[in-house]
Ligand binder design. Sequence first.
Ligand code: SF4
Length: 511
Amino acid sequence: MNTPITASILYNYVQCPQRVYLDFYGDPSEKDRVSPFVELLWERGNSFEHETMGKLAVLFADLHLLDSEEKERRTLQLIQNGEGIIYGGRVRTETLLGEPDLLVRRGNGYVAGDIKSGAGREGINDKTDGKLKKHYAVQLALYTDILDKLRFLSPDRLPFIWDVHGQEIAYDLESLVGKRDGRSCWNYYKDCLKSVLRIQRREEQTLPALCSACKLCHWRSYCRSQLNRHNDLTLIPELGRAKRDTMSRRFKTVRDLAQSDLAAVIQGKKTIFPGISAATLRRFQARAGLLSTPNAQPYITESIVLPDADIEIFFDVETDPFRDCCYLHGFLERDQSARGCEKYHAFFADKPLEEQERRAFKQAMDYLRRRQPCVVYYYSPYEKTTVRKLQRRFPEVASEADIETLFSPGAAVDLYTEFVKKKTEWPINDYSIKTLATYLGFKWRDTEPSGAASIEWYHRWVATGDVLLRQRILDYNEDDCIAMRVLLDGLRNVGRYAIIDDSKEVDLLGF
Ligand code: SF4
């Protein structure tokens, strides 16, 4: 008999169908070890769930410590007895298995809920309440489906999330899964389930695709070698699974795309591939050319004008999403008037306490005020968003106008958004600062540098007070700042050469 489909299989499917295939049929010896950050995610999820239930002011039946069979037997018994709230229950049909954190009696039946240590919706900002999360929706839909098949489902049918902010978010499965996707969450779940069952029966073929989920996936080394071996199109920066699948009947590999005559697929500003414009396809072809040419060199597609300043500051923050806290503001300062002399400054919250976070923010803002005039460099909008958020929480430290002045054009430069993304091309597979600076010859001191790893070190530093962990966080942040300086110098270097129009023949330029 096949393994029943669980909520976590559906969650993985939403991230990456190949993950589902490999978890069913991959060779376990090919798996990478689970990253400490993923272990931290599990641990935080569990402790948040227990804390939430510990604070609940009403009585509930607690099954979470029972073994699987006993859980299942007791859940059925409690449902039949009309128990109000069941925590840690287990329900199943022949093909589906659900372990919702909560089963709550509503009217004549039950609805399912999960306790999540994240926000219940995504994309929340000043203008919108955000939207339901697909990966939560499919899990709740699975529980709802099982309850319905067992005839235990409440007529109100509305599953829910208790989220990190203590809110109950109702998941209306009839609402749309996304603006562009016309399906309801329920129909999306049904399609995912159908696909997962086909993958399980080996009727549907899946492929790896280089994507953000790979970083934390235990198949990352295995998939990477497959992608390289097959010269897969997702090795082209920003191309992704959906575009690869759309183009795969015409171009199978990076080399195919690099060598193809695009005239056959371009029609004016469009191409024969839905959702891919002629300009986008030409850009992908130029990138494919770079990746297929030995010793290819990066080049610019528009002129790059970088501000001139004696003092250049490279700014990087470290944040902890579990505690919604910014624990480090790091600055590498280079003084061009003192022969490029460099110094690293760090403002650290030793504990994830509001007062310490406020103090680190204040020290960082005071430091920047003292260093004026200067130019601040950062990579991607994240630093700006974080500082704006801190300003709203601690308006006594800096006004909104202070922050906008600090990040105004000319005073601050987002190297990723303004230059790397818009005006340059590189022979690499993604535009993360790690990949770019590594390409430019920079090496992090840490053997496993990543933002996720820094969060895990911070958790361990707070729990143990081990000063080596604190230093590891600082070294990593300093190296991230140096990586930006390496990139800036790289951009200055490449910017001295002629502009290449990537719709014409590429004349490669050297560093
Ligand atoms: S490494 Fe990437 S492509 Fe492979 S299974 Fe994981 S997420 Fe999918």
